[in-house]
Design a protein around this ligand. Structure first.
Ligand SMILES: O=C(O)C1=C[C@@H](OP(=O)(O)O)[C@@H](O)[C@H](O)C1
Ligand SMILES: C=C(OP(=O)(O)O)C(=O)O
Length: 428
């Protein structure tokens, strides 16, 4: 599908509530299935990625029902899954694949994991290596999907230093460690999103944290819960960027997740001199709040490796903001961007260059010189099938005020099916 707009607007105004957090929605289904009893997750994100997680559990015999905004999971416990008659199709979702490989590493029946063309090129060795060390029986083709998981009845505890900063790897190993034969220790290089740890505690589990080290005891007695999922800060980021960059804008975003491991984009924009007011709400199992964003003139900044995990999914937008900021912005230590839905260093550079941006590609980041006006006419913008690139380019195209076409615009279905509707609803 190609998105076409005939005339770019000049400002964004109004209030919006972005859909539920993608990372937390995946985990709600996973913990809901593993627990005993019923789980109800409100403000659930019904996007293609989360539907892949739901579909996998349904194939494993879990009953999951939904209404417009919530999902209900009838938990079966760690030992209640039934052999799937078909392959488990992970679609485009790295989170579903990696977390489920850990969660399902000890089942007394074989499984086959498959995914779409993009997912089938993404590295899975990062979870297969430690899971195999724990005793899981998994076979991939050169570290990629499809993956055959053999029947397995034993997992050994592990003491593991994560070589990449990845919440997906950490979470896969937490799920496996819950089913191991003794306590496991996982140590991170940099703090990554901690939604798995928080949700484990919410479901009655225990996980000890000391600095960057996690200690997990074997435990399979989780209890179903009812809770509300906060708005996804990574989806909110598109509105934050658009309101900041489009002059005379003022946007209020309600019920946005403000977990410390996810607010790097707010911190980066703050350092770039944005105008964002954060009103914290009462903290539940995940902190949330309201954001009020006004237009601002941005200044360049240097983004280094230690900041990357908390802005990993927002980096395409950081690059866009940098094209409008005064000075030279550098992003380094972000090589992980190369193994996302697309090589996001390459796609961001290529697409924003088409619009006239000054961006230089580096092996682990980008160097962006601003401010430069962006032009979308005849740019033939293309998301390359990557949802975050599609949404970033939509914001970039609004800035250009030009008529434009965005190829593969429907990629937004992966994390935010109603993105265009919500964004254009604030345009005036
Ligand atoms: O754990 C998660 O829910 C996620 C972790 C991150 O991936 P990595 O762990 O591969 O960095 C992030 O990019 C992805 O969108 C969601
Ligand atoms: C990288 C992402 O997701 P996943 O790894 O789950 O495909 C993302 O949503 O930007």
């Amino acid at each position: 599908m190609a998105m076409k707009l005939t005339k770019g607007p000049v400002q964004l105004n109004g209030a919006c509530q972005v859909p539920g957090d993608k990372s937390i929605s995946h985990r709600a289904v996973m913990f809901g299935a593993l627990a005993k009893g019923r789980t109800v997750a409100r403000h659930f994100l019904f996007s293609a990625d989360c539907l892949a997680t739901i579909g996998a559990f349904e194939k494993l015999g879990v009953t999951i029902s939904r209404d417009e905004t919530s999902v209900t999971i009838e938990g079966v416990g760690f030992h209640g899954f039934k052999p799937a008659k078909q392959s488990l199709d992970m679609g485009n979702s790295g989170t579903s694949t990696r977390l489920l490989l850990g969660l399902l590493a000890k089942q007394p029946f074989p499984m086959r994991f498959i995914g779409d063309a993009s997912l089938s090129q993404r590295p899975m060795g990062r979870v297969l290596a430690p899971l195999t060390q724990m005793g899981a029986q998994m076979t991939a083709t050169a570290g990629h999907l499809p993956i055959e998981v053999a029947s397995n009845t034993h997992l050994q505890a592990i003491d593991y230093q994560l070589p990449v900063a990845s919440a997906q790897v950490k979470s896969a190993l937490i799920f496996a460690a819950l089913q191991a034969d003794g306590p496991s220790t996982l140590t991170e290089k940099l703090a990554t999103r901690d939604h798995t740890e928080r949700m484990l505690r919410l479901f009655g589990g225990d996980i000890q944290q000391k600095g960057l080290a996690l200690k997990i005891k074997p435990q399979t007695n989780l209890t179903g819960q009812t809770f509300t999922i906060p708005g996804d800060p990574s989806s909110a980021a598109f509105f934050i960027a658009a309101a900041t960059l489009l002059p005379n804008s003022e946007v209020i975003l309600l019920n946005v997740g403000l977990n410390q491991t996810r607010i790097g984009f707010l911190e980066v924009l703050g350092q770039m001199q944005s105008d964002i007011q954060v009103i914290q709400a009462d903290s539940g199992f995940e902190p949330t709040g309201t954001l009020k964003i006004k237009s601002a003139s941005l200044q360049a900044m240097h983004i280094t490796a230690d900041m990357i995990p908390s802005i990993i999914d927002e980096l395409p937008l950081v690059a866009l903001c940098a094209t409008q900021a005064e000075g030279v912005t550098t992003i380094s230590g972000a090589a992980e961007l190369r193994v996302k839905e697309t090589d996001r260093i390459a796609t961001v550079t290529a697409e924003l260059r088409k619009m006239g941006a000054h961006i230089e590609e580096k092996p682990d980041g980008m160097v962006i010189t601003g401010p430069t006006p962006l032009h979308a006419v005849n740019a033939q913008l293309d998301s390359h099938g990557d949802h975050r690139i599609a949404m970033m380019l939509m914001v970039a195209a609004l800035l250009s005020k030009d008529q434009f076409t965005l190829e593969n615009a429907d990629a937004v279905a992966v994390s935010y099916p109603k993105f265009y509707e919500d964004l254009l609803g604030l345009v005036n």
